[in-house]
Structure formats: C-alpha cells, structure tokens
Design a protein around this ligand. Structure first.
Ligand code: CIR
Length: 252
C-alpha cells in the first residue's frame, strides 16, 4: 500500500527546463491544471499528497522523481545527471530525512530516479545519459545494503528507463518493443506498446489503480484487460518537457 506522495508545483519558468521533445512551447496555466488533476488523482487513491513550492532556480524541479529514490528502507539523494538539475535535492532532503534514513550518491556518480524501476523488492537501474556506471554502482551497493536486489540494464533509447518500461502489477510490464526482449525482463508478462503509443509506457501503478496518459487508445484497451481501475490524465504540457506521470511524484 502506498501512503504518501511528494510533489512540487511547476514554476512560472518551467518551460526553461531541459527538453528534446519539439512539441511546441508549453502553457503555464495548462500545466498547473494538469498538475492539479494529477494530485487530485493521487488523493483519490488515499495518498497523503505533500506539495512543495516551485523552485525558481530549478525549472525542472517539479519532476521530483529524479533527484531522489525512496524505498521501504532508505531514501537516496541521487545527484541528477543533468547539471542544471543538481541542487534540486536541497529543499527535498529535509522531507526525505523525515521519512527514511538518508543516503547519497556522490559525484562523479550520477543517477536519475527516472532510471530506477521497482518491481516488489527488485530494483532495475537503467544506465542512460543521466545515470552513469559510477552512480549505478553506488546505488546498487546502497540498495543491496538495505536488503533490496539491484540489477543494472542498459537504456539504449529514450531519456530514462521508465520512459520505456513500467510495472503495472500482476507480474506484468508495460514495455516498448525495444526493451521487450531484454533477458532481464523475460520472467515477466509483457504488454508491448505500439510504436505510435510508446509515450504511454510512462503509466503509473498506484494502489491497484493505473494512471495513464490521455490520448493512447490502444494502450488503454490493453490495460483495461488487467481489470484494474484506470484513470486517464492529460499531461500534454508535461510531455512537451520530456516528462510524464511517474516523474511528478515520489511515492512511498
Ligand atoms: C529533464 O530533462 O530532466 C526534464 N525536463 C524531464 C525529466 C523527466 N523525468 C522523468 O522521466 N523521471
């Protein structure tokens, strides 16, 4: 059972964040509405939702998933891979420390939480442009010391591991074609996304409900077979900044 979510409001300058999306300039008023709807969805699932103020010096800081990882045993302050995002953790750490013993990834190691996929007690760590070998090795040690099982996997395409694969309960991964044949994922049932719906890989499973991005009807139909409650959320403005549903909260 997930009880808490930490979120952060997008700031007025959120459009200055890092992006490769090329989907046009995002709207501040619209992202605030979308963020509000996201928080409401988490509240409706029984979570207590912490809302931190925007961080004007860090336009990507509302993607709180990246500078931290919270497990049932520890919180990790990660040293994010984009230099413009290093420092986001400063105002997050007091909250991490309140809930869990806090440990750190140290430079030159970098890790983005978006590269860490949790399936029960197993932690897949994606090696990506943001998470380097040194960061992944440090994280693997910290996770193993806390009693979790870590495993690194390469991320050949996309920003983060969770841009291409997420756990949706019932031993099932929602996964892109690219990642579907990885030996690491072979023991799971896999729902393979259509190439034109790969953005929907970033679907969030919380308390037996799936939050999924609006506008991906084939994925929606496949997920409906799982028999879980499905909530569709419009995250158009978040997608313009290379983010998605998992990125906007830390859940524990
Ligand atoms: C970045 O490039 O860091 C942000 N604009 C997007 C981060 C998205 N985070 C995530 O997928 N976990």
């Amino acid at each position: 059972m997930i009880n808490h979510a930490i979120t952060r409001l997008p700031g007025e300058n959120f459009a200055d964040g890092v992006t490769t999306a090329n989907l046009g300039r995002p709207s501040y008023s619209l992202i605030l509405q979308q963020h509000h709807a996201y928080r409401q969805a988490l509240l409706s699932l029984g979570l207590d939702v912490i809302v931190l103020p925007a961080e004007p010096a860090y336009p990507d800081a509302y993607f709180v998933e990246d500078p931290a990882i919270i497990t049932p045993k520890i919180a990790v302050s990660t040293c994010p891979g984009a230099s413009s995002r290093q420092g986001e953790e400063i105002t997050l750490e007091p909250f991490l420390e309140y809930y869990r013993p806090l440990v750190h990834i140290h430079p030159p190691g970098t890790v983005d939480g978006g590269d860490v996929l949790v399936v029960e007690n197993h932690y897949f760590i994606g090696l990506s442009e943001r998470t380097n070998n040194e960061g992944a090795a440090q994280l693997a040690t910290l996770l193993a010391e806390a009693g979790h099982t870590p495993e690194t996997v390469p991320v050949a395409a996309g920003l983060h591991l969770k841009s291409g694969v997420n756990y949706v309960g019932n031993d099932t991964l929602l996964i892109t074609k690219n990642l579907a044949d990885y030996p690491a994922f072979a023991k799971y049932k896999r729902i393979i996304l259509d190439v034109d719906e790969e953005y929907a890989a970033n679907t969030l499973w919380v308390n037996d409900t799936l939050l999924t991005p609006k506008g991906f009807p084939k994925t929606h139909a496949s997920l409906a077979h799982l028999g879980m409650r499905l909530i569709e959320l419009d995250v158009s403005e978040v997608q313009k900044m290379d983010g998605g549903l998992t990125c906007m909260s830390l859940r524990f």
